[in-house]
Ligand binder design. Structure first.
Ligand code: KG4
Ligand code: ZN
Length: 345
């Protein structure tokens, strides 16, 4: 362990830089959020229609010190007050991850603090503990983000069993690609959700994929291709997608995604007899999906949990919370901690 000081409250600084958000947060004794600062690079990447890794890394370098300073200021603590620095070390963009990891190592070394490496996907799950003190493992969790779609059993605060994962695109990635294809731009998720509100979910019969080897695995490349084909045939008839067409495609696509997620959640609640279900990741901020899965839980008599949207998309509060549980388990890292872009759960 790097840190040696004994302090009454456990204060953790969380740092997140795995994709296009530069974020820092301070938590007290696990889930009490003293500050949560997020600098989103979305406007910058919107110009290019998606995240440009090189630009993301450079912006993290430009912003990280400011973001950490503000997180400490908002929490009214200094680096000396902290017990540990928790940082996302994977999965994510290697250049982006390295900025957070290097920063966390420098702080831990300079201030003799414990260093904790956090798996970003586990961080998303831990976002649920922030506003739901009654939530205790074991529970079932659907993590749906831009890079990952996993159905997992949380066995305790740091251990997970993976029940299913996507075979191709992540759910958020499919939203982003569809948005670009129908001319809604980046970031796709919220734009497709908004367009879908005005559309007919039965306008197009997009496929709901089933995976024979593991019925809990997901696949979103089929629905994505079907949407692209629909757009192409529209163009071949000499028509450009108008607002009504965008809305119908968005609503039909969203219905297909929600159906395949709901089907697996219902199946898992039934098979594993788990009575608690939680959602996590950027896609979990989708109101239609939240509603559908809440209803599925009611149907199965399971308690339903979901973080507020600000804790669904990337943030450092969830990293500090996950880091706290790792820290309490003695899972600290050395100064040789490195970024692991392909880190698995
Ligand atoms: O968890 P997150 O912020 O970053 C990753 O770890 O990937 O998730 C970002 C993803 C993006 O693909 C974005 O389009 C999607 O979450 N997303 C949504 C919504 N808000 C964000 N997808 C559907 N509906 C939304 N409202
Ligand atoms: Zn994420």
């Amino acid at each position: 362990m790097l840190g040696s000081k004994k302090k009454k409250d456990i204060l953790v600084l969380g740092i997140e830089s795995s994709c296009d958000e530069t974020a820092a947060a301070v938590t007290r004794n696990g889930t009490e959020i003293l500050s949560n600062v997020i600098y989103s690079q979305i406007d910058l990447h919107t110009l290019y229609g998606g995240v440009v890794p090189e630009i993301a890394s450079r912006m993290h370098i430009a912003k990280i010190n400011q973001v950490i300073k503000k997180a400490l200021h908002d929490a009214q603590v200094t680096l000396e007050d902290l017990n540990a620095v928790a940082v996302t070390y994977g999965p994510g963009l290697v250049g982006a991850l390295l900025v957070g990891v290097s920063e966390a190592k420098a702080i831990a070394w300079a201030k003799d603090l414990d260093l904790v490496g956090v798996n970003h996907i586990k961080g998303h799950v831990c976002a649920n503990y922030i506003e739901h003190p009654d939530l205790e493992p074991p529970f079932l969790c659907l993590v749906a983000s831009g890079g990952h779609t996993h159905l997992v059993k949380a066995l305790d605060h740091t251990t997970y069993e993976i029940i299913g994962r996507t075979r191709d695109d992540a759910a958020g990635e499919a939203y982003d690609k569809i948005a670009r294809a129908i001319g809604l731009g980046y970031p796709g998720g919220p734009k497709v959700e908004k367009a879908a509100q005005k559309g007919n979910p039965e306008a197009f019969a997009f496929p709901r994929a089933r995976i024979d080897e593991n019925p809990y695995d997901f696949s979103f490349s089929g629905v994505k291709s079907a949407v692209l084909n629909t757009i192409n045939s529209c163009r071949m008839k000499g028509m450009e997608p108008d607002e009504a067409f965008q809305a119908d495609v968005a609503a039909s696509f969203q219905a297909a995604v929600i159906d395949s997620l709901r089907e697996r959640v219902l199946m898992a609640l039934e098979e594993f007899q788990i009575h608690r279900f939680a959602m996590a990741g950027g896609v979990a901020s989708n109101q239609a999906l939240r509603g559908a899965l809440k209803e599925a839980c009611e149907q199965k008599g399971a308690a339903f949990y979901c973080p507020s949207p600000v804790y669904c998309t990337d943030n450092a509060a969830m990293i500090a919370v996950a880091g706290y549980y790792e820290y309490m388990n003695g899972n600290t890292a050395g100064l040789d901690l490195n970024a692991v872009p392909g880190l698995r759960m």
